[in-house]
Write a protein that binds this ligand. Structure first.
Ligand code: NAD
Length: 494
């Protein structure tokens, strides 16, 4: 009998093991909107195909538009054709669509609420996804309460942006807290649902190898890059009031930084993990103005520049930001975190690079050069992790050293099951139904993150961002931010 090779074993143990959740009712407020049709419903459909959502579950769209259930199913069917074209069969699709229902509801009026309450099934998990503008969160929470749908077992899911500064985030927290306990509130940051982001925790806390080196003594610096090639066309209105700092750094990059920097929690449990993340945010130094570079993309041939994209040529909002962040605690004092994110950059790529220090002394002589290990966690494309190690260049010719990656692209190491890893929304929505808040932001985390970003945003009031070429790596000044420390950014490339 042939033994399974290690790849087969890994694939099997990685398993496409699916544990069905219990039957539930999910109401999607804003069920006719872009997010619901493009992300939430396709994600639910994929989980249904995977066998995780049991028959009998009900998915109820609730929005301002007047539809009946049949029309809503047609709308969702079109969305699945567009956003989950290869998923499932005619039979699975029909079965999924049969789970859908629709109620016309006005968050700001009485329309539909009694009807919605009547459709809920007593005694099962009831979740309410607020896929609407944040200005409606408070009203939705209040009406759920008024109509008897805010009992102790109910869960609400809220989307970003969670406020636009500390004050508004605190106000949102207060509005929700009037009717729901913190344990019922699931604040989504879809970065936390990414496979690699969770793997980051597995790598750190599941291996003896890394944790002893995970500190200022051995780590030279950390880079976090989230680069996009798209501009802001299509959502210019929202973006121009937000900018890269509010849209990306305060939430997504901050969460990545927290997972890299946090102390090991005693258990992988929601509050243990979130307590540690909160400590990191509170340990962040205020960023000096000289450690921030803001940019705005220029026109490029046919493609308009930022100002024209948002219909506000005089806009002072940044579409790029790079910063040097210091974490003032025992583990990280002296090891900077460099963060950057922007639109219309050279490639669509997101990665975290942990750059270790050089060896203290080269026994191979000066000509062998200085080498360092870099652990790279790729969020996209090709989710995976690689560790750059130094080895001898093969062949005769003396002891020449070369850096090679120990590559762990998940789809290669673990087989097709890993390649088809669930989208972040699939995982996060199932976590809501299971009642697991580990990958959701707690109210105090969000407020602390705003408390850190607010002074920076206030400091650049009236200051124009630096122009940068579309298809570049951002303004040259962002490169200088690292050069002056004797370091360089990793290339933005696919
Ligand atoms: P959208 O404008 O496409 O949809 C809004 C939905 O809200 C519609 O279904 C509409 O009928 C409903 N709605 C509006 N007013 C209502 C009212 N008074 N009562 C009941 N329903 C009402 O918006 P979207 O792009 O789907 O975004 C929804 C939320 O998700 C927003 O908070 C947005 O910031 C957030 N978000 C969206 C995306 C995205 O990719 N679209 C990504 C991240 C976060």
């Amino acid at each position: 009998m042939t033994q399974p090779n290690s790849r087969e074993t890994a694939a099997r143990s990685s398993g496409s093991r699916v544990i069905p959740v219990e039957v539930f009712d999910l109401v999607i407020f804003g069920g006719t909107g872009d997010l619901a049709l493009r992300k939430i419903l396709p994600a639910l459909y994929r989980r249904f195909i995977a066998g995780q959502i049991p028959a009998g579950t009900r998915l109820i769209g609730a929005a301002r538009t007047d539809h009946d259930a049949t029309e809503y199913r047609t709308l969702v069917a079109q969305a699945l054709t567009e956003h989950a074209p290869d998923a499932g069969t005619e039979t699975t699709r029909a079965a999924f669509l049969a789970m859908l229902d629709y109620v016309m509801v006005d968050a700001l009026g009485d329309t539909g609420w009694a009807e919605l309450a009547a459709r809920m099934t007593p005694g099962r998990v009831q979740a309410f996804y607020f896929s609407v503008a944040p200005s409606l969160f408070g009203a939705l929470a209040m009406r759920l309460h008024q109509h008897g749908m805010a009992d102790a077992g109910a869960r609400i899911v809220v989307e970003k942006p969670f406020g636009r500064d500390q004050q508004t985030a605190e106000a949102l927290n207060r509005d929700l807290a009037q009717h729901f306990r913190e344990g019922q509130i699931y604040r989504i940051d879809h970065y936390l649902g990414k496979e690699t982001v969770q793997n980051l925790m597995a790598i750190r806390f599941g291996n003896m190898l890394f944790e002893p080196l995970w500190n200022a003594q051995y780590v030279d610096h950390i880079q976090i890059t989230v680069a996009e090639t798209v501009g802001v066309a299509g959502r210019g209105d929202y973006y121009d009031r937000s900018g890269a700092m509010r849209d990306m750094v305060q939430n997504h990059l901050m969460q990545l930084l927290c997972l890299i920097a946090m102390e090991p929690p005693a258990r992988f449990e929601p509050n243990a993990v979130r307590d540690e993340k909160l400590k990191v945010i509170r340990a962040l130094d205020p960023v000096a103005p000289g450690d921030i570079v803001r940019g705005q993309y220029l026109a490029d041939g046919e493609a308009p520049g930022y100002g024209d994209d948002v219909g506000n040529p005089a806009s002072l909002t940044e579409s790029f930001v790079a910063l040097k962040v210091l974490v003032s605690n025992w583990r990280w004092a002296g090891t900077p975190f460099y963060l950057r994110t922007g639109k219309r950059l050279r490639a669509r790529t997101s990665e975290i690079a942990v750059v270790f220090k050089e060896t203290p002394h080269s026994i191979f002589g000066a000509e062998a050069g200085q080498h360092r290990n870099i652990l790279t966690i790729r969020l996209q494309p090709n989710e995976g992790i690689d560790l750059g190690v130094t080895i001898k260049a093969p062949g005769p010719g003396g002891m020449r050293l070369v850096d090679v990656p120990l590559d762990m692209t998940f789809s290669e190491a673990l087989g097709p099951a890993a390649g088809a890893a669930a989208d972040a929304y699939e995982r996060l929505i199932m976590d809501v139904i299971r009642g697991n808040q580990t990958l959701f932001m707690r109210g105090d985390e969000v407020v602390a993150a705003w408390a850190w970003t607010d002074p920076m945003i206030a400091s650049w009031e009236g200051v124009a961002p630096l122009p940068y070429d579309a298809g570049s790596a951002g303004p040259d000044e962002a490169l200088a931010l690292m050069h002056r420390d004797g370091r360089r950014w990793r290339e933005i490339r696919l």
